[in-house]
Design a protein around this ligand. Sequence first.
Ligand code: UT7
Length: 360
Amino acid sequence: MIYADITGWGRCLPPAVLTNADIETLMDTSNEWIVSRTGIQERRISHVTNAELARVASARALAAAGISAEQVDMIAFATSTPDECIPNTASMLQNALGASNAAAVDINAACTGFVYSFNMMSDMIRAGSIKTALVVGSERLSSLMNWSLRESAILFGDGAGAIVLQASDNEAGFVAGKLGCVPDTRELLAVPDFGLDAIAQFRPLDVSIVFSGQEIFKKAVKGMGDACEAVVAEAGLGLDDLDLIIPHQANARIVEAVVRRIGGDMDKVVLTLDKYANTSTSSIPIALIEALEQGRVKPGMNILFTAFGAGLTWGASLLKWGERVTPLGETDISLPPTDKTGLDLINAAIARRQAYEQTN
Ligand code: UT7
């Protein structure tokens, strides 16, 4: 039996912080509303491209696994904010890392992209098609925000997380997975005009997220709840056997509702959304790495991932952690510094948008 063990991990959080107090200067909202309705206190805003965030997270993951980029057979790059559509972002990352033997694919399942990618790459390793995969979740959602829409702009942040999956004889890694997509719900969460439809009609690129928060909330709780129950049952486990629950970090109230629905224990949940908000497909690897750094991950633990996102996609993965909870190595690769605050970066983006609107 071949297992797909997580042997490396790395994340990249851009340094510029945008607090709720900063957002109060941009729109009619309040720290009190944001914290009580979502649990979010601040988020990071990137001063570099999505691929650069992914490059730093990936270099750290490879160092933690103690392998070279040439050893990677496949890069799965989960994102819904690609710097370019053609060629894909995974090939950009392949070049930046020097992963010359790797196949490279972008996976867009919105915020569920990491769970989709983790399950798919684990299955490829377990089937013997590949030996080593780099699974990356990386997003630069701040570039899609309309800073006059308070229902969506408060929710998101930028960041990247990456893991290395390697074939192993040891019983560790992926145990069970369940993926799906709620039919007839595509309009609940979308970025209209962000593709060929707009180009075909020669419309200027003027994008922002369209959002039905409450509808998504209800479907997210059901989708994630059902997926969690399915993977726990498939693994032949009970809820008490779970040691850590690492959910997509969209909203603390959604997480609590999912955990209540499946009869889980909030003490086992890893929450990072207070600091980083919703980083979409990056949120699970970022939270996993936070748990590792805090010593919450122990050898042999049963860990549950679950996520939902635009589509509306949903999914869950159950895995058994292996023996090693510390990185084998480190890298000095990091982001270029910036002296800008999150608010500086957002005000500059707003000014660019206004200038564009005046000239078009
Ligand atoms: O990862 C996938 C993407 N994430 C999601 O899809 C998130 C899913 N949904 C949610 O997290 C929640 O539905 C939200 C956080 C988006 C909204 O929370 P809610 O408790 O569902 O609020 P609501 O939409 O029912 O709005 C309640 C009130 C409304 O005012 P009225 O109509 O009651 O007077 C909104 O206009 O809160 C108002 N509101 C705000 N007030 C201050 C909405 N956004 C804000 C805001 N600041 N940022």
